[in-house]
Design a protein around this ligand. Structure first.
Ligand SMILES: *Cc1c(COP(=O)(O)O)cnc(C)c1O
Length: 394
């Protein structure tokens, strides 16, 4: 796997671990917890890390190695570490790099479980955080303290599909010697490569667009080799390792990432155009709609708009719930980036525990709906949305 980086689609398909003696065409699954040694000297040298080889699947496994190598090529990263879920990647990254007393400066709009980590668990280890507003990046520098170690952001955000100017944050991080970490799960490496914009580390939930078919949980952190090494040393003893089977699924899925994401994006843009101007809809937000307040940034930072469209039905919470109940084909589910289109109503579900004020700060209104546009025929996706909008009576 040592050859030079090629084009995205080629690397996604041609990055493979060495063939076994059977000369299989497609990489097999290495469902084995451990690996054997030739003799005492081989075992000693392997444990002393004088040899680059597999010892035990909590440390490394050929399938996770192939998955990591692919994502590194896609993101332009030096090294990576794979995990059993996206949250295992998020937690292990912070836990490996932070000491008691350290401070994290993070965008306000982040994934719910990451927010819970910052607010309910990190305080136990005296790790503090401050949130900045993504539309007030002028203020970010004034929030940095002598204890700040990590600058953290996601773009586009969930569920509001707002954008964060990653290049600008990258410059701030560099100037102040902070580690800039980006959760790139919403965009996927096909649409956006944060390392080229100044990120030191990039995190993915492989569960979303990378798997793309709603089958497995996975996570990965890629980026600067010195930082990844610290994360790897932490995780090989704490044990959030990715299963070889899930790594195999993901590596196969990545072969079609470019094709799938292209179609997700063209379907999502068509859905956004349909919703724009619909008489029962107040507003629609999608990064590649010219009406998106950050359309110029979207075009600069992303190759296309992604799979998520947010909109607000007229009539508030009742209308939002009514739209949700009227859906016939699309799935009412909590995932995203699946081949099946998924609808969520954040105010009554994923974000129902937030106060009204917190919801407003996260850009969630009572009538807001989020659709993860899938790969069904776009006419059928739009037809289902249309019939449900037509049924709303409020
Ligand atoms: C889903 C998600 C995660 C967490 O990933 P899991 O695989 O569910 O643990 C983290 N960040 C973002 C932006 C996500 O959408």
């Amino acid at each position: 796997m040592k050859n030079k980086r090629k084009e995205f689609e080629t690397d996604a398909i041609r990055t493979q671990i060495d063939r076994s003696q059977f000369l299989e065409h497609s990489s097999p699954v290495y469902l084995t917890s451990s690996f054997v040694f030739e003799d005492a000297e081989d075992m000693r040298a392997s444990f002393a890390e004088e040899k680059d080889r597999n010892i035990y699947s909590r440390y490394a496994n050929p399938n996770s190695t192939e998955f990591i190598e692919k994502v590194c090529r896609m993101e332009g990263a030096e090294a990576g570490c794979a995990f059993a879920s996206g949250m295992a990647a998020v937690f292990s990254t912070f836990a490996a790099l932070l000491d008691s007393g350290d401070h994290v400066l993070s965008a306000r709009n982040i994934f719910g479980s990451t927010h819970t980590l910052f607010t309910q668990f990190f305080p136990r280890w005296q790790i503090t955080h401050t949130y900045f507003k993504i539309d007030e990046l002028d203020e970010v520098e004034s929030l940095i303290t002598s204890k700040t170690r990590i600058l953290y952001a996601e773009s586009p955000t969930n569920p509001g599909v707002d954008l964060v100017d990653l290049e600008r944050l990258g410059k701030i991080a560099k100037k102040h010697g902070l580690i800039f970490v980006v959760d790139n799960c919403f965009a996927s490496p096909y649409l956006q490569q944060p390392i080229s914009l100044g990120a030191d580390l990039v995190i993915h939930s492989g569960t979303k667009l990378m798997d793309g078919q709603g089958r497995v949980l996975a996570g990965i952190t890629v980026g600067r080799a010195d930082l990844v090494d610290r994360i790897y040393r932490f995780s090989r003893v704490t044990g959030p390792a990715l299963s070889p089977f899930n790594a195999w699924i993901l590596s196969k899925s990545l072969e079609t990432l470019a094709l799938r994401v292209e179609r997700h994006c063209s379907n999502a843009l068509a859905v956004a155009h349909f919703l724009e101007g619909h008489k029962k809809v107040n507003w629609v937000k999608y990064p590649f709609l010219a009406s998106h307040p950050q359309f110029d940034l979207a075009k600069k930072q992303m190759k296309a708009g992604g799979c998520v469209v947010a909109f607000e039905v007229k009539g508030g919470l009742d209308a939002g719930r009514s739209f949700f109940d009227g859906i016939k084909m699309l799935s009412l589910s909590a995932n995203l980036g699946d081949s099946r289109s998924i609808v969520t109503h954040p105010a009554s579900t994923t974000h129902s525990k937030l106060t009204e004020e917190e919801r407003q700060e996260s850009g969630i209104s009572p009538g807001m709906v989020r659709i993860s546009v899938g790969l069904e025929h776009v006419d059928d996706i739009i037809a289902d949305i249309a019939q449900s909008l037509d049924r709303i009576t409020t």
